[in-house]
Design a protein around this ligand. Structure first.
Ligand code: NDP
Ligand SMILES: O=C1OC[C@@H](O)[C@H](O)[C@H]1O
Length: 404
């Protein structure tokens, strides 16, 4: 990271892949950080790599970067991921390939000691995640899973409320992330429907309910008090043509918390690609996340991955008996017309500036534990992906993008 004359740390980003989320991330990165109150970090994009063609990288730069970044800053186009990880003018790579490829792409970046922010889910399974974090530790390289929702001010507030005891001990969390995609309109090789790209609901959108379950029931405890799930029960249905998973329901049980917990707690998650938790797009279908404690409830409204507002409901008590309820709402803005991805980028940049290799907000062991839950749900359904994308061998040549 270089320092400018005003004392800002300037993070030089290289983007690996040129798909949908890379575009949203690039636009967010180049929004003036002061619009969200960030005074210590600036981001610039110095390189973009496409595994399919140099044209794709060049087009991405001219459409999404050039209009937003000073022409004085050179942004190079590369036609391979191998080139971008060797660019000395890149402080950190953002990996935005399909999740099937994250393990190989992260290993490649670490071969050249490049710090990484890698899109969710970090990998296809827990063994791959474990191997990545072990490699990062051994080589002293920053590695963070891009679970952007956890960096929203709304999420930070929810975690703080729970830690402050606002709703008492949390016994149950319900989360439904069902996005209502019209699968018939997707091309046959869309990543959602491609087993070779680790398609399906669980890894793509089911990961968010688990992110919520863990950030409310696990991460809110002191590190020494965090206990791994005692049991996981899951069910899964398949999309008939592609064989990818389409709908998943699961219960994650956490053991009673020592020393003051009195009972086990349940994280209940549902996800579906074809059903929707907001069927008429009206935002009036109710809370998508409900965090239920002995003294009240926190409800989260809006998309599970990009939440908008919360309602805090308290039991009011007098002389030990419940008298009624009171509630208050807090609405959150995503400043400057952004998508909300800049907060995770700020965190990654600060970690690198401060010499950290792991973010406290999504610690490595928690990221692996979440993937272990995913593995358990998949194992109960006997749901596996092609061997090469489940593998922890590196290097392996995986399927390339087909450009039509
Ligand atoms: N945080 C969030 O809100 C979101 C996160 N995601 C995550 O980001 C990742 C990418 O998703 P998204 O951008 O929607 O996907 P896209 O299909 O739009 O883009 C993926 C890109 O990855 C590259 N790629 C490398 N190998 C392949 C391959 N074999 N087949 C297809 N593409 C390949 C391509 O770029 P190139 O040819 O230039 O190398 C392609 O454009 C996923 O892991 C997903 O879970 C997705 C959406 C939202
Ligand atoms: O992370 C995501 O969030 C939004 C979804 O539409 C997308 O498929 C998924 O990858």
């Amino acid at each position: 990271m270089v320092q400018n004359f005003l004392g800002y740390g300037i993070e030089l980003w290289g983007l690996m892949a040129t798909g949908d989320i890379a575009r949203l991330f690039a636009i967010d990165l180049l929004i003036n950080p002061e619009t969200r109150g960030t005074q210590d970090i600036h981001h610039v994009i110095t390189a973009v790599a496409s595994s399919s063609s140099i044209k794709s990288a060049e087009r991405f730069i001219s459409q999404h970067i050039a209009p937003r970044q000073s022409q004085a800053i050179a942004c190079l186009a590369y036609s391979s991921y191998e080139e971008i990880v060797q660019d000395a003018n890149v402080d950190i790579v953002y990996i935005a390939s399909p999740h099937s490829h994250h393990f190989q792409n992260c290993m490649l970046a670490m071969e050249y000691n490049k710090p990484i922010l890698c899109e969710k889910p970090l990998t296809v399974n827990a063994n791959q995640a474990q191997k990545l974090y072990e490699t990062a530790k051994q080589k002293n390289i920053f590695l963070m899973e891009a679970v952007w929702t956890r960096f929203f001010p709304l999420s930070i507030k929810v975690r703080q409320l729970i830690q402050d005891g606002e709703i008492g001990e949390v016994l149950r969390v319900y989360v439904d992330n069902s996005t209502g995609v019209d699968i018939s309109k997707l091309g046959a090789n869309h990543r959602y429907l491609d087993m070779g790209l680790a398609g399906g609901a669980l890894l793509d959108i089911g990961i968010y309910p688990l992110i919520w379950v863990f950030q409310t029931m696990y991460h809110t405890r002191e590190k020494s008090q965090r206990q791994k799930p005692s049991r996981v029960f899951g069910m899964l249905t398949y999309e008939k043509t592609s064989g990818t998973d389409q709908m998943v329901s699961a219960v994650v049980e956490f053991p009673a918390s020592a020393p003051n917990g009195n009972t086990a707690s349940h994280g209940i998650m549902a996800t579906s690609m074809v059903l929707s938790n907001d069927p008429d797009d009206s935002r009036v279908s109710g809370a998508t996340v409900r965090i239920q404690g002995l003294k009240g409830e926190i409800q989260v409204h809006g998309p599970v991955h990009r939440p908008e507002w919360i309602r805090i409901i308290h039991k009011t008590a007098k002389d030990g008996s419940v008298q009624g309820y009171e509630s208050r709402d807090i609405h959150y803005d995503i400043p400057a017309g952004g998508h909300g991805m800049y907060w995770e980028a700020d965190e990654a940049a600060r970690c690198i500036r401060d010499g950290k290799i792991e973010s406290f907000v999504i610690p490595w062991d928690e990221s692996v534990t979440i993937m272990q839950v995913v593995d358990k749900i998949r194992a109960q359904a006997g749901y596996t992906y092609p061997e090469e994308i489940e593998s922890t061998q590196y290097p392996l040549n995986l399927k390339k993008r087909t450009v039509s």
